[in-house]
Design a protein around this ligand. Structure first.
Ligand code: AFD
Ligand code: MN
Ligand code: MN
Length: 430
C-alpha cells in the first residue's frame, strides 16, 4: 500500500503532539468507567472492530434540485472518488469500504478497479443500481417508473440493469445489491396502487433469482420523492412484505431520512430484526424530510437509540445479525471529506455509547417497571464523552487523533484543485 494520499509522517507528527493529552483523557475516562464496572480497553476493542462504508457519490459535493455549488478539487470520476475515500479511511480507520453506484461509477475494467481500491487500502461494499434516471442512449425511459413500470420492456430493462450491477459487484468483491427505486405517482389515480406493487414484486423476483447464494438484496424504502403522492416501496411495512415475498436473501435497508417526520426509527429497527429482515442502514440526519444532512448533526440522540437497538439485536440474534452500515449523505455546503470524517466519528460515538449501557440494570429496571431507572440507564451511557476511546482506537490503527485538523494541514483539497478538472454547475441529487 504505497499509494496512500496523506503523508504518514504528517499523521505521526500530529499524533505525537497530541498523544500525551489523549493518554490523560483516556486514563481519566478509564477510571470513571471502571467505577461502573466497565473495562475501557474492552470497549476500545469493540470500537476498533466497528466499520461503516462510505458512498462513492458522497465524495462529490451534493446539491438540491435548485442548485449545486461545486468546490475546486472535488472528484469527477470513480478513480478520484476512491482517492478521496482513501483519505477518509486513512485518517479515520473506520471506513474501509466504498459503496459504488451504477452507471455513475462505470469503468471498463472492474478487476482493475478492485486492485486500484486495494492499493488505496479500500474494498467495496454494497453495489447500488440506478433506475431513477435515464442515461444517454437508453432504450426505454424511466419517466413512468422502472421495476414497477406499466410497460413490460421498461421493467425488463430495469431488471437487466440490476443483474448487470450484480455482475459488476461480483468482480468488485461485493455481496449486497441495494435497490432503491423512485417509482411512484404524483397524482391520485395515476397508477393503481395494488397493481403497481404487483409489477414491482414480479420484476424484483427476477433480480432476486439472479443473486449468487452468498448475496443479499437490500430493499430501501422511501416515503416520497421523486414521486410526491405515492411511492411503490414507501415504508418499512411495504419493504418487509416485499422482502418476505422475495425470500431469505432479501432484507430491508433503513435510510434514516426516508420516514415521516418524528417516526420512531429505533422501533422499526427492532421490528425488522425481530422478523430476521434487518439488512442495513444508510446513515444521515434530517430535520424536515430526506434532507441527507450529516449523521448526528441534528439528532444524535436518535442515532444512539438506533445503536442501542442494534446492541440488543446482537445479544438476541434470532435468525442472525449482520446489518451493513453505510453513510448516505449529500454534502451541499461542506467539503465532503470533512463531512464524512465528522459523520464517521458521530456514528462511531453512538456505537460506543450503546456499548456502555448497563444491560443488566436496564433489563432489571424494565422487568420491575421502574421507568425512571430504565431511562436513566440509557441516559448515563449517552452522556459519556467517548471521544478518547475512539481517538485512541483510531491512533492505534494508524489513523489521526485529530482527523479533521490533520486533513486541513495536509492541504489535500488544495493540491487536488490544481490537478483535477473543475466540475460544472447544475443541480445535484443524492
Ligand atoms: C436516494 C436513496 C438511495 C439512492 C440515492 C441516490 O437514499 O440510497 O441510492 O439517494 O442518489 O434518496
Ligand atoms: Mn439511501
Ligand atoms: Mn435519500
Amino acid at each position: 500500500m504505497t499509494n496512500l494520499p496523506i503523508s504518514a509522517d504528517l499523521i505521526a507528527e500530529m499524533n505525537a503532539a497530541q498523544t500525551e493529552a489523549l493518554e490523560e483523557d483516556y486514563a481519566a475516562l478509564g477510571r470513571k468507567l471502571a467505577r461502573g464496572g466497565i473495562d475501557i480497553d474492552a470497549i476500545k476493542t469493540r470500537v476498533a472492530g466497528f466499520s461503516v462504508a462510505v458512498p462513492s457519490w458522497g465524495a462529490g459535493r451534493g446539491g438540491t434540485r435548485f442548485a449545486k455549488f461545486p468546490i475546486p478539487g472535488e472528484p469527477t470520476n470513480i478513480h478520484e472518488k476512491l482517492e478521496d475515500c482513501a483519505v477518509i479511511q486513512q485518517l479515520s480507520r473506520v471506513t474501509p469500504r466504498v459503496s459504488p453506484h451504477f452507471p455513475w461509477d462505470n469503468v471498463s475494467d472492474y478487476a482493475g478497479l478492485r486492485e486500484e481500491a486495494a492499493h488505496l487500502g479500500l474494498g467495496f461494499d454494497a453495489v447500488n443500481s440506478n433506475t431513477f434516471q435515464d442515461q444517454p442512449g437508453q432504450t426505454h425511459t424511466y419517466a413512468n417508473g422502472s421495476l414497477a413500470a406499466q410497460d413490460e420492456a421498461t421493467r425488463l430493462q430495469a431488471v437487466e440493469h440490476n443483474i448487470e450491477c450484480i455482475e459488476i459487484g461480483r468482480q468488485l468483491g461485493s455481496t449486497d445489491l441495494t435497490v432503491w427505486v423512485g417509482d411512484g405517482t404524483n397524482f391520485p389515480g395515476q397508477q393503481d396502487l395494488g397493481r403497481s406493487l404487483d409489477r414491482y414484486l414480479e420484476a424484483a423476483a427476477l433480480v432476486y433469482a439472479a443473486l449468487p447464494d452468498d448475496w443479499r438484496m437490500l430493499l430501501e424504502h422511501k416515503m416520497f420523492e421523486p414521486a410526491f403522492y405515492s411511492t411503490v416501496i414507501s415504508d418499512w411495512g411495504s419493504s418487509i412484505l416485499a422482502a418476505q415475498e422475495l425470500g431469505p436473501k432479501a432484507k430491508c435497508l433503513v435510510d434514516l431520512g426516508h420516514h415521516a417526520p418524528n417516526v420512531n426509527i429505533e422501533q422499526i429497527v427492532a421490528r425488522l430484526h425481530r422478523f430476521g429482515k434487518l439488512g442495513g442502514f444508510h446513515f444521515n440526519d434530517s430535520k424536515y424530510g430526506d434532507d441527507d444532512l450529516d449523521s448526528g448533526s441534528i439528532n444524535p440522540h436518535q442515532l444512539f437509540l438506533v445503536f442501542n437497538e442494534l446492541v440488543e439485536a446482537e445479544l438476541d440474534p434470532r435468525d442472525g445479525f449482520n446489518p451493513s452500515y453505510m453513510i448516505d449523505q449529500s454534502h451541499n455546503v461542506t467539503d465532503p471529506i470533512e463531512s464524512m470524517l465528522s459523520s464517521a466519528e458521530a456514528i462511531t460515538q453512538c456505537f460506543a455509547k450503546a456499548q456502555l449501557v448497563d444491560r443488566e440494570a436496564l433489563h432489571a429496571a424494565q422487568e420491575a417497571n421502574d421507568t425512571m431507572i430504565a431511562f436513566q440507564t440509557l441516559r448515563r451511557a449517552y452522556n459519556v464523552d467517548v471521544g478518547p476511546i475512539i481517538a485512541k482506537a483510531r491512533a492505534e490503527a494508524g489513523g489521526a487523533i485529530d482527523a479533521l485538523e490533520t486533513y486541513r494541514l495536509s492541504q489535500f483539497r488544495r493540491r487536488k484543485a490544481q490537478e483535477r478538472k473543475p466540475v460544472g454547475l447544475g443541480a445535484g441529487i443524492v
